[in-house]
Design a protein around this ligand. Sequence first.
Ligand SMILES: Cc1ncc(COP(=O)(O)O)c(C=O)c1O
Length: 397
Amino acid sequence: MYTPRFSKQSQALHSADADVWAVSDRAHELADKGEDVIFLCVGDPNFDTPEPILDYARARLGVGRTHYSPAAGELVLRRAIADIESKVSPHPCDPDDVVVFPGGTNAIYGVLSCLLNPGEQIIIPEPMYIGYVPITDALQLEVKKVACPADQGFAFDIETIKQAISDETRVVMINTPVNPTGAMATPEQLRDLAAHCRERNIWLISDEMYSMITFARRHTSLRAAAEHLDNVVVIDGLSKSHAMSGWRLGWAVAQGDLVERLIEYAGATIFGVPQFVQEAAAFALEFDTYFVKQMRDAYEKRRDLIVERVNNIPGLNCSSPEAGMFVMVDVSDVAKDGDAFAEALLDAERVSVLPGKPFGPSAVNHVRLTLAADEAELSRALDRIERFVTGGCRKVS
Ligand SMILES: Cc1ncc(COP(=O)(O)O)c(C=O)c1O
């Protein structure tokens, strides 16, 4: 009999914790059986990609832009990305500093692949994006998590991150604005951390996937804040800001030898993102002011709606996130933890929210609600959540 044997990398991915989407998977099963389930668990924008971008992509398909593209990415797109970076930064960005990937996930995978060997240490503040886990598992990295505690509003604590750095640390990776908390690093914090990491000969990566979805103040890129750029990498993309999650378009901005390494990685693994997708992305970045603002305004209204409604439900509370597509709700007064709350809420009211635990120990008593649902849907969900909490389901075991 043939016994299939797999790589350590595949094994690491295979044995990874599959509980993350347990509530959501059950919610889908219920919906498949015809139940009226409201999904507040995903971070996929519920807007369509704006029509002008679709038209442009169709036009580029029509002129045969369906062939191989350069591993680094098409110049027209790298130029558009470099222009954006240059506009918000004292450091001019050259198109040759940019490498295009099929989505933010692949950009992160590529950057970490180039910077770390299996067994080496990366520091990541938590709560952190769930999607980092399979990547760090696959690359067999040692992840040292640094807490951003709930009672401090999940704010970045740069001193704690600095203290966590040791001779073992190769990379620090932050995410600003943060999925799931919406916390944003200040320019001073970014500058300070970049300088400290440089002094320690450590890379600092900033995942800025939500850079264009900020409410009270503008996002500051690590690249804009840092004094020196040789140890910093910025990752961004169009999945969230432009409602283009399915187009798979992300990028990394770096310096010097790392750019060459990333291009080699991209050449070996991707061999070019589709031409028409890249050209539509360049178009999107050049003509996006109106629709990015429209979507951001809608997210802000939804955030305000959730925050007001949640804080009027006795036993629940949340603070108002500065950015991003999510609201973290503290359920510790009414449930054992976020897991118990999410399970029981789905059972009782058919609302699917994401428990906080997979994001990290600091989020155990929270559940994450998405802003990727329209106001009517959110109101309907919040009616159910209110009924659940006030109607005798308090103190879920
Ligand atoms: C913080 C963060 N980084 C990266 C990604 C991945 O982006 P993409 O969908 O472009 O792969 C996400 C997606 O949810 C995210 O929230």
